[in-house]
Design a protein around this ligand. Structure first.
Ligand code: 5GP
Length: 177
């Protein structure tokens, strides 16, 4: 593997496709052991988690549903402040086990908002599975239940993650050189 250039920046190889595969299959095993009898709904948070989610769900051999969502934040009128909304969620989450699938949990802002919205919609149990987790950046208290890999506060691309639109198609993960 060699350096890749995306826009104005260079990235160097960081986590190989083989290493990713190994950890994704271990996490799939853990999810299966914990949730095989709970008919979970996996909520894939687009865009960055599409490759991780595709690889992960192929390894799950129990009944489950998969849906694709985006988190939207917009400023409400008057005194309502910032309004958060889950775009694309057509399933009823009430009384269900939900697994949020994230590409990367950084400060945890995205995760916390989704968590609150799902709690508000009366989900029975909310779990989180993420490809990458930056523990040193994390500012929330919600447990991140299934983590493939912890990384320091570096900016990474590849395997679904982009830098200004580029790099999502790289099969390995790269870090800023
Ligand atoms: P949080 O809300 O946890 O601070 O941020 C989560 C989102 O920030 C991720 O879903 C991702 O879109 C973006 N993000 C955080 N760190 C990185 C990174 O190292 N690389 C890329 N490509 N996106 C990141």
């Amino acid at each position: 593997m060699s350096l890749v250039t995306l826009h104005d920046k260079q990235f160097k190889p960081y986590i190989s496709a083989e290493a990713i595969h190994e950890r994704v299959s271990q996490v799939a095993g853990n999810l299966s052991a914990d949730l095989k009898d709970s008919f979970p709904l996996f909520l894939v948070v687009l865009n960055g988690s599409f490759i991780f989610a595709a690889d992960l769900v192929k390894m799950l051999k129990f009944p489950c549903e998969i849906s694709f969502v985006k988190l939207a934040s917009y400023h409400g009128t008057g005194s309502t402040g910032t309004v958060n909304e889950i775009i694309g969620l057509t399933e009823n989450v009430e009384n269900r086990t939900i697994v949020i699938i994230e590409d990367i949990v950084d400060t945890g802002t995205t995760l916390a908002k989704l968590h609150n919205l799902l709690k508000h919609k009366k989900a029975k149990q909310i779990k989180t599975a993420t490809l990458l987790f930056k523990p040193m950046a994390y500012k929330k208290t919600i447990p991140v239940d299934y983590v493939c890999m912890e990384i320091p506060n570096d900016f990474v691309v590849g395997y679904g993650l982009d830098y200004n639109g580029l790099g999502r198609n790289l099969k390995d993960i790269y870090v800023l050189a």
